[in-house]
Design a protein around this ligand. Sequence first.
Ligand code: HEM
Length: 119
Amino acid sequence: MNTRRVVLAAVLAFVLAWGTLVGLAVQKTRHPTAPRGARVLSRAEVARHDRPEDCWLVIRGKVYDVSDYIAAHPAPPRTITEHCGEESTTAFETKERGRSHSPQAWQLLESYLVGEVAD
Ligand code: HEM
């Protein structure tokens, strides 16, 4: 009876210790400010997505794959495509005319989120 309890306690302690170690290891590999599951991407990686059919934008430190949205954008495709693979915060915040996108557009943007930049 007692031996059973000791074995049970040992197994429990082992499982808990192992869980803590795995948890710590996972935390270490995640970028400190990255939300759960978000990819941390370098600017060099983002720069590879510089074509209309594969277009990533960096806006306020986050990375968006907007390839599928270009055709639906109300302004001519060029307004977005000339920024593919690049830092685009100012472009998005000003629409290149000094006025930011609407709250709805900001919300829509979030649906294209793929990660955040490493720096
Ligand atoms: C970064 C490059 C971009 C530029 C330069 C740009 C520029 C513009 C321009 C010139 C207009 C039309 C004129 C106006 O409404 O004032 C517009 C409208 C709009 N854009 Fe963009 N856009 C960009 C990216 C995007 C992205 C990535 C999205 C969403 C995923 C988006 C969503 C919208 C929406 C919903 C509108 C309608 C008006 C509004 O809600 O603000 N745009 N944009």
